[in-house]
Design a protein around this ligand. Sequence first.
Ligand SMILES: [Zn+2]
Length: 149
Amino acid sequence: MALDREYKIGASSRHCHTCERVFGVGDEYYSVVVETAQEDHLARQDFCPGCWKPDAGAYFSFWKARVPEPEAAAQRGPRLVDLGRLLQLFEHLADSPDEQAQRFRYVLALVLMRKRRLKIVESRRIAGGRGEALTLRETGSERRYGWVS
Ligand SMILES: [Zn+2]
């Protein structure tokens, strides 16, 4: 995968992907990010607690959210996705042995670098193999993350 590809993640749909119930203020729901058939596109799907099945399919990354008060929503502006959440997912998936999770972590790294939340501070070739071992640093922090691409 090239580093310069564009990845897009949609905003919350504010309704349940399964039963289509519209969420109200204060309702809790689960959001997942899934890869879609369309290349380079990540889709976001939301589920009400009743329809949420954590073991279903490729939902290797999810978070629980709550519909904010209208004022809070307005203050947040048109941002598509919370980068802090993505960074948490990136960290969370670091130790996962699941191949799909690692592919997804790769995508997250690209998104976070595009958004200048992560920067590459060190890169070295993996001896005898293909790929690179990278050290990423969180912008504005001393926090570092290992990443193999
Ligand atoms: Zn539902």
